[in-house]
Design a protein around this ligand. Structure first.
Ligand code: AMP
Length: 361
């Protein structure tokens, strides 16, 4: 049994070695922890800043044994880590935070929305569909159009397609991967918002200011924060966040994506049981950023202050946009974060730029 709080010098195991893992590893190092990264890719961005690098599939028992042998606690940086990996680690005596339950709920869009509604958290109307017939039935029941999403595995808008007529059901089903799907009513939102929050081992909760998000082709393009919000909106955010975190007995940072409707009502789109792209602004805009906050939470340390210290416009640098690093580096108001990825494929997140301005101009 690991004793918390973890003292500096302890090792944090990390499933996934992408940019989120890299920024987690940098934050962990600043607090005196070492990080062990398991990722199939030998050259993964996080491995190049971590003390231990383990190559292998996430559910390979020998790779997990090597991770467990060095780690005092394990966390993950993306939600498609097989839940089985967390179970194997538990059998090896290493605890994961957040828990396997939070991971499993977030991995299936149908389970996730059902969980949210059962906890009293509003979402769009939705229906389960297991094929073209189910999609046609959902159109009957929920109206049209509907957004059809693969229940598992989709990200950045992949595995999603709109449908407005039953005759398109076969094609749409094929387009989203011909697996189990969820049919969702349109959210009719005026803004897309997100809240990053953390829950510590003692159940304490810390919320960051709201962020407003802009997507292009299903990929997050820009986040502006703190986003203006009425007291009524903030009250909804606090209630939703506390409900989700408590219902999952959550430990760590969570990203909750919200739709704000014209009447001011908030709906939850989904949550990510990890640090989140829309929280990158906190790196330069808040007292303690989301990465350090996650490390503090899973290590059993006190949560840090989340107060904003600047207004930030965060822009994701996709594909060859990161080639403009010289320009960003020359802007005194910009903080540049590059992920060290070797190949700039179109749409790939290569880095981000946080452009700062005073909180109250
Ligand atoms: P997701 O993969 O669920 O995060 O969805 C990606 C993006 O698609 C969201 O950020 C929204 O812009 C849009 N979207 C997702 N679900 C809905 C919905 N039910 N109605 C309208 N737009 C949606």
């Amino acid at each position: 049994m690991t004793a918390f709080p973890l003292a500096p010098g302890a090792v944090i195991g990390l499933l996934g070695g992408g940019q989120l893992g890299r920024m987690l590893a940098l934050a962990a190092a600043r607090l005196g922890f070492d990080v062990a990264v398991l990722d199939p890719e030998p050259d993964a961005p996080a491995k190049r800043v971590a003390a231990h690098a383990i190559d292998g599939p996430y559910d390979a028992p020998d790779a997990l044994r090597r991770l467990a042998a060095v780690s005092d606690v394990v966390t993950f940086e993306f939600e498609n880590v097989p839940a089985r990996a967390i179970e194997i680690l538990a059998e090896l005596g290493v605890e994961a935070a957040p828990s396997v339950r939070a991971l499993a709920v977030a991995q299936d869009r149908l389970t996730e929305k059902s969980f949210l509604n059962e906890a009293g958290v509003p979402t769009v109307a939705f229906a389960e569909a297991d094929g073209p017939g189910g999609i046609a039935a959902a159109l009957e029941r929920l109206g049209r159009p509907l957004l059809i999403k693969a229940r598992r595995g989709g990200y950045d808008g992949k595995g999603q397609a709109w449908i407005s007529h039953p005759r398109e059901a076969e094609a749409v089903f094929a387009a989203v991967g011909a697996g189990p799907v969820i049919a969702e009513a349109p959210a009719d939102f005026r803004r897309e918002l997100s809240v990053i929050a953390a829950r510590g081992r003692g159940g304490e909760i810390a919320l960051y200011p709201l962020a407003e998000n802009h997507h292009e082709n299903g990929i997050l393009r820009r986040t502006v924060a703190p986003a203006p919000a009425s007291p009524a909106t903030l009250a909804q955010v606090e209630r939703i966040t506390a409900t989700v975190l408590s219902a999952l007995d959550y430990v760590g940072v969570i990203g909750i994506e919200l739709f704000e409707r014209d009447d001011g009502r908030l709906l939850v789109n989904e949550f990510a049981p990890r640090v989140h792209n829309s929280g990158h602004w906190t790196l330069d805009g808040c007292e303690v950023d989301q990465f350090e906050q996650h490390v503090r939470a899973i290590a059993g340390w006190p949560l840090g202050p989340t107060d904003p210290i600047a207004r930030v416009e965060m822009t994701n640098l996709l594909g060859d946009e990161a080639d403009a690093w010289r320009r960003y580096a020359a802007e005194p108001e910009t903080r540049l974060w590059l992920y060290g990825k070797r190949e700039a494929r179109p749409g790939r997140k290569m880095g981000h730029a946080n452009r700062l301005s005073p909180l109250r101009p």
